[in-house]
Design a binder for this molecule. Structure first.
Ligand SMILES: Cc1cc2nc3c(=O)[nH]c(=O)nc-3n(C[C@H](O)[C@H](O)[C@H](O)COP(=O)(O)OP(=O)(O)OC[C@H]3O[C@@H](n4cnc5c(N)ncnc54)[C@H](O)[C@@H]3O)c2cc1C
Ligand SMILES: NC(=O)c1ccc[n+]([C@@H]2O[C@H](COP(=O)([O-])OP(=O)(O)OC[C@H]3O[C@@H](n4cnc5c(N)ncnc54)[C@H](OP(=O)(O)O)[C@@H]3O)[C@@H](O)[C@H]2O)c1
Length: 504
């Protein structure tokens, strides 16, 4: 697609994915995709970009393309913007619950050129975030490019720089085939619940955190929550204050719990960009651990010891907005339990030999990371690791740019704002992708870096070091046309500017 040289394109023709992914049987019949037929419309569509999803990532994509004057269409399954910040979204993809508020401060979570309103609290409710995303969309004026209730069901990169995108009108079922020069996949990865493989048969009700909305259905009930991530702890803290009879929290691995504030300041504002990219990781970890210990005390004090792996080697859980979970554990409002050995009827047996009777289980066990519309032989994850250079480009799908397929010790908006200009530079040809072989080498390096930096737990496969990742993307945008000296100077200037706080 648009970032390959002609000879490379020819060499890769054989590797192009050959079939649209996962279509309903009825749709499949209508969608016999003929690659040669697409090439007729190639010239007209070469410049046009298709954006999949109008969540935070998709909105950043819209804004950047709109500003650069690149024509685009954005398709959104739901009937409004905002992605997972829409409660009870008709997209069916949002995990938003009534009490959800951000776990990243408004100072860090905002767009770089559109601050959050002053009257907003430091940690915002989902309603405020949605309102803020609406205001962003209005302010930058790209709403007319978004088509709602339209799902992208399949993309099929083909020859001559064209990607065929098949959309389905969610209301009427009408299927349409369109051609684009590039695709931005900003479809989120918190929609496909990952269920635990429990041994035995549970006779009570079991739901996934994805469908949890409010505590009322659990009043007077004995509830077990599985998973100590942000979902699990948020739900446990909320249920503990809402009349559930007994709340158990099962963590098969221990977790770090990070306070929202340390010494009166949001914890996530403490690490400055220059420190994030220059200080050795060991030192950062020591510093972060010390600040938290001095400010709040150690987790042992709350009978909830942290894991052996250091704070920055895992994805810590942020103290829930609805209450101090460590105090609840210490005071017995939430009963911490280890992993589950098996279940029988209403009895849950834990690996330490203890057992509990429960009515309901809420699996806050995270999500499968996948894109349903990709060609059958392409996946964002291969063997549990992201097959994406810079977490953006799949070597088999140049011209398709994935936004948001990362996790970081920090807010996501700055990550989208760093990813999108890199994708836009590629779309405009200011920079070029390396060869497929080189991309695979870079991906292997990235996996090695992840191995060295983080505990090797499946759910951390998308984890990046926040500031280092943002800088990596800034530097990857060095214009190809510059001389060796020009590149050196450009990179030095960019590094200095990044350290001063210009992250994208
Ligand atoms: C419960 C929860 C709380 C979180 N809290 C924070 C926080 O406090 N701070 C923070 O920085 N991050 C937080 N995150 C991380 C969060 O993922 C990001 O902040 C961000 O909202 C993700 O945006 P996104 O656009 O990538 O995905 P989403 O918000 O999921 O948006 C994707 C959009 O794409 C649409 N879509 C998907 N597939 C298709 C398709 N095939 N065709 C058309 N449309 C499609 C969906 O309908 C959706 O609207 C949280 C995550 C969860 C699950
Ligand atoms: N307030 C907020 O802002 C907020 C709220 C909710 C979620 N989020 C964000 O949303 C994302 C998803 O969070 P999440 O908590 O839903 O998922 P998550 O971060 O993937 O955590 C899943 C938890 O479930 C455990 N788990 C997974 N599979 C299990 C199994 N088979 N048996 C037992 N335990 C299992 C994991 O333990 P292991 O470590 O052992 O795998 C982990 O503790 C994160 O980025 C999070 O920050 C934010």
């Amino acid at each position: 697609m648009n970032s390959w040289s002609r000879s490379e394109k020819a060499a890769r023709m054989a590797d192009l994915p050959q079939a649209p992914a996962q279509l309903s049987k009825g749709a499949e019949a209508d969608l016999q995709v003929d690659i040669e037929a697409h090439s007729v419309a190639a010239d007209a569509s070469q410049q046009r970009v298709c954006i999949i999803g109008a969540g935070k990532a998709g909105l950043v994509a819209c804004k950047v393309l709109h500003e650069r004057g690149i024509p685009f269409d954005c398709f959104e399954t739901g009937s409004q913007i905002g992605g997972l910040w829409v409660l009870n979204s008709d997209s069916g993809r949002s995990a938003c619950y009534d009490s959800l508020c951000t776990n990243t401060s408004k100072l860090r979570t905002c767009f770089h050129d559109f601050p959050m309103p002053e009257h907003y609290p430091m940690f915002c409710t989902h309603k405020q975030i949605l309102e803020y995303l609406e205001a962003y969309t209005e302010h930058f004026g790209f709403r007319e490019h978004i088509t709602f209730r339209t799902e992208v069901v399949s993309i099929l990169p083909s020859l001559k720089d064209v990607c065929t995108v098949i959309t389905k009108d969610v209301e009427t079922g009408k299927v349409q085939e369109r051609q684009y020069g590039s695709v931005i996949a900003a479809c989120g990865h918190h929609w496909d619940p990952l269920w635990p493989d429990l041994k035995g048969e549970f006779k009570g009700t079991m739901i996934h955190a994805h469908s949890y909305r409010s505590p009322e259905p659990f009043e007077g009930r004995r509830v077990l929550i599985i998973g100590g991530g942000n979902s699990g702890m948020d739900i446990a803290a909320e249920l503990a204050q809402s009349g559930a009879a007994r709340i158990l929290l099962s963590c098969r691995r221990r977790v770090h719990v990070v306070p929202r504030y340390t010494f009166g300041k949001p914890t996530d504002t403490r690490l400055k960009p220059w420190l994030g990219v220059t200080a050795p990781k060991g030192l950062l970890q020591l510093g972060a651990t010390a600040v938290i210990r001095l400010s709040r005390g150690s987790q042992e004090r709350f009978n909830f010891p942290p894991p052996k792996a250091g704070l920055l080697r895992v994805h810590p859980t942020v103290e829930p907005g609805s209450g101090n979970i460590l105090e609840m554990i210490r005071d017995g409002q939430v009963l911490a339990r280890p992993g589950i050995q098996h279940v029988k009827g209403h009895t849950v047996h834990f690996v330490d030999g203890s057992k509990e009777e429960v009515d309901d289980i809420i699996c806050a066990t995270g999500y499968n990371v996948r894109c349903a519309f990709l060609p059958a032989d392409c996946s964002v994850m291969e063997n549990g690791k992201p097959e994406l250079m810079h977490h953006i480009v799949h070597p088999k799908l140049p011209g398709v740019y994935f936004l948001g397929f990362i996790q970081a010790h920090g807010p996501m908006i700055p990550c989208f704002e760093a990813q999108m200009p890199y994708a836009a530079d590629l779309i405009q040809g200011a920079i070029e992708l390396p060869s497929e072989e080189e991309m695979r080498k870079q991906i292997a390096k990235q996996h090695e870096l992840n191995r060295q930096s983080f505990a090797q737990i499946e759910r951390l496969a998308l984890l990046v070091e926040f500031h280092r990742y943002l800088l990596q993307l800034r530097l990857a945008r060095c214009p190809q046309s510059k001389s060796w000296l020009g590149r050196r100077l450009w990179k030095t200037r960019t590094f200095m500017s990044f350290c001063a706080g210009n992250l994208c």
